[in-house]
Design a protein around this ligand. Structure first.
Ligand code: ATP
Length: 323
């Protein structure tokens, strides 16, 4: 393998730049040519390529977002779109791919591999931490820290006014950001997609904390929860429960941006090097993961057949501490 294409795809995540840098530098270290592909699969279909040198990735390690830009591509979901992308890769003499993104991006690479035998390694980059086969995905640590910082600030105003705040955090169908920002932020309740929470249960919990003279309460709601959005839950609670003045804050995209934490930079750096070394060693149709500090390569089919569950102990701890 001589020429490797690198791209970012799906939602951006802090630490993607650190991963690009590691892929470019490790690639050059191992005497490969590295080609950057702009805007994920969109840019691949259009042939939006740029040769990368050691200095192309100077000064990006500490930056959020992705220097290669990211995109979601409808066209790549079709066989014809993927054939166009493959033709562009062939024209550019790219003979291996490293893509940084979530499970959708991984599925895209898998299809390109099945249809055109394009070898690839996927690097898991998503703030949601919803991919099995790795303890953490790139961006999750930073996003959770950002959520905790915001929760701390909201607590100050909640305390000053006897307010009940519902704070909605990101994570799509995964409660990782919610459960861990909830534990770190001292939430009275955490509502996650992996667990049913009825409005009755929630009101009971709030009643109990109210009767124990709590002067503020924070409820963390994961965006993909089955009980509804933070706005809907807050409305139902306010109708039944007048002790507190109820407010809602949706943290939204601010969790996506910002300087990556040391943890995400190191994770991204390790995964970037592992992806290059994996491709060189003949790994393909895999996602690199780090489990208990060890680098592993997970086959696409294995990953897609297992759910990434919330750590049960996290739930237990959150409940013990929220009395
Ligand atoms: P995030 O978790 O941050 O949203 P993601 O990689 O899961 O990241 P998606 O929008 O699901 O984000 O996927 C990114 C792109 O990957 C899509 O726009 C599409 O072009 C491609 N893709 C997704 N699923 C498939 C699939 N099943 N087959 C082919 N390509 C796919």
């Amino acid at each position: 393998m001589k020429r490797i294409g690198v791209f970012t795809s799906g939602g951006d995540a802090p630490g993607m730049n650190a991963a690009i840098r590691a892929v470019v530098r490790a690639g050059i270290f191992y005497k490969k040519e590295i080609i950057g592909i702009y805007r994920g699969y969109e840019g691949m279909i259009e042939g939006d390529f740029v040769p990368m040198e050691v200095r192309s990735v100077s000064n990006i390690l500490q930056r959020g977002g992705t220097m290669l830009k990211s995109a979601r591509s409808k066209e790549f979901l079709t066989k014809e779109g993927r054939t166009k992308a493959f033709e562009q890769l062939k024209k550019m003499k790219i003979d291996g791919l490293i893509g940084i993104g979530g499970d959708g991006s991984f599925a895209g690479m898998h299809h390109l591999y099945l249809e055109h035998k394009m070898p690839y390694v996927c690097i898991p980059g998503t703030i949601d931490n919803d991919i099995p086969g790795t303890d953490f995905t790139i961006g999750y640590d930073t996003a959770t820290n950002t959520a905790v910082n915001a929760i701390d600030k909201i607590r100050d105003t909640a305390l000053s006014h006897n307010r009940l705040f519902f704070i909605e955090v990101m994570g799509r169908d995964s409660g990782y950001i919610a459960i861990n920002s909830g534990i770190a932020g001292g939430a009275v309740a955490i509502i996650i997609p992996e667990e049913e929470t009825s409005i009755e249960e929630l009101i009971e919990k709030l009643d109990a904390s109210g009767s124990q003279n709590k002067t503020s309460s924070l409820v963390i709601v994961a965006e993909g929860g089955k009980s509804g959005s933070a706005m809907e839950i807050a409305k139902k609670v306010q109708e039944r429960f007048s002790y507190f003045d109820t407010k809602v804050t949706i943290l939204g995209h601010l969790q996506r941006g910002g300087t990556p934490t040391y943890f995400d930079r190191v994770l991204a750096s390790k995964m970037g090097v592992a992806a290059i070394e994996g491709l060189e060693a003949g790994q393909t149709d895999v996602m690199v993961g780090i489990v208990h500090k060890e680098v592993i390569f997970n086959k696409f089919d294995e990953i897609m057949s297992q759910p990434k569950d919330i750590h049960k102990d996290d739930l237990r701890i959150a409940k013990i501490l929220s009395i």
